[in-house]
Design a binder for this molecule. Sequence first.
Ligand code: SAM
Ligand code: SF4
Length: 471
Amino acid sequence: MDGFIPTEKIEDLLAREEKEDAFRLRDILQKALAIETLSPEEVAYLVKIRSPELWEEVERTALEVKKRVYDNRIVTFAPLYLANLCVNNCLYCGFRRDNHLMRRMVLDLDRVVEETKVLCGEIGHKRLIVVYGEHPQTGIDYICSTIESIYSVRVPTRRGYGSIRRVNVNAPPMDVDELRRLKEVGIGTYQVFQETYHRPTYEQVHPNGTRKHDYLWRLYVMHRAMEAGIDDVGLGVLFGLYDWRFEVIALVYHALELEREFNIGPHTISFPRLEPAINTPYVQEARYKVSDGDFLRLITILRLAVPYTGLIITAREPAWIRDRAIQLGITQTDADTRIGIGAYSDRITEQELDRQQFQLGDTRGLDELIRDLADMGYITSFCTAGYRCGRTGETIMHLLKSGEEGKFCKLNAILTFKEWLEDFASEETKRVGERLIEREMEEVKSRFPELYPALQRYYQELEVGKRDLYF
Ligand code: SAM
Ligand code: SF4
């Protein structure tokens, strides 16, 4: 055992010959439809399916699961990289210590405010994920003060004002005291990706003598987060380091471990794939790169395996993969993404690899992405109500599993989408967006008639400049 990851057992499950059997498959799919986490054995069964007919059934069910839990909403956010100093030497990362071609930068608090103003005052984001390397100069004090600066920004917009209402964090694993401080500054989700759950690979790509080499310190970070009172946690794997099928089963072990220990599963799961980075030959040479086909398969399987969790795809992926993945089970994605340090306020839209961690695949603007999603029938939600109303951790798990959360989410998606259309949309996007809102309002009227009058009232208030209204 490597902590709670039974490495040999997972390898055995993958090596076991299995007959493809429609009855067995349907039992598994029924369980996912009941919004229950699948067992590792069931997930191993899914990763081995080869028959196109059976796979079609798997995809159809994944979409149905998504519809039950998240309906047609896509939550959007932007990453904000604040510094790229790092003491680690992860072979795949452009920020690694020995990469002398990386231009090192740390944004001071004035620059953090400038970046935030562009994000919430010009583009219109309400949710960020802030990202940090691991370095004493950008440790917990820096992290907390940058988050406080972000929350302090409020800028006038066309009709109202813009502000960041939820800051999620992707930062190195911390101890419980540091995590308590993160909780105190009011973060949303705390994300740490295990990168790979396969310990021998983990120890090879995170060289001996670096802090990140310690597999178990990273593996148990979410246990520490829960102890510190952070109950929205985000798991992830960097796909391409080891066999994707192993990683998917291991992710499920991690989700089950958190459910067993704390009654709370992961709030989100992320699945970055290795992307090229400056002066980083490891990426080109990686043996386990995941093909587009397998990538879409693993998203479908995760949708079924952990049915209540949010699934995040990022602008690392090209537009066509993102669009397809959204139809298979994705619930969150970023837009107008710039990952160069200081790139939002420097107004750099082209990629500058010597100040970013890796290369992006999709640099669509938020306006364009929202219009594309609306054309596909998806409403973009900027909702940040959940954590501000105590709908986190065990409470949100229960609400998601029972379908109750959908009610709040639908109303808040309409309100936040409308707010964004009023303040930031181009004429064309506004037209497409308002048509979609009309349909959504009709649905609320018939499904939740008791809530419709309040929704209408809030809606009218938004039109005259009130902001941040939610259920
Ligand atoms: N430095 C912190 C850590 O390692 O936990 C924060 C994370 S890092 C800035 C964000 C994530 O980017 C990493 O956890 C890793 O999964 C991903 N990443 C690193 N190099 C990458 C690459 N070449 N392509 C795609 N994703 C990469
Ligand atoms: Fe540093 Fe994180 Fe990059 Fe590793 S992945 S080199 S820890 S920034």
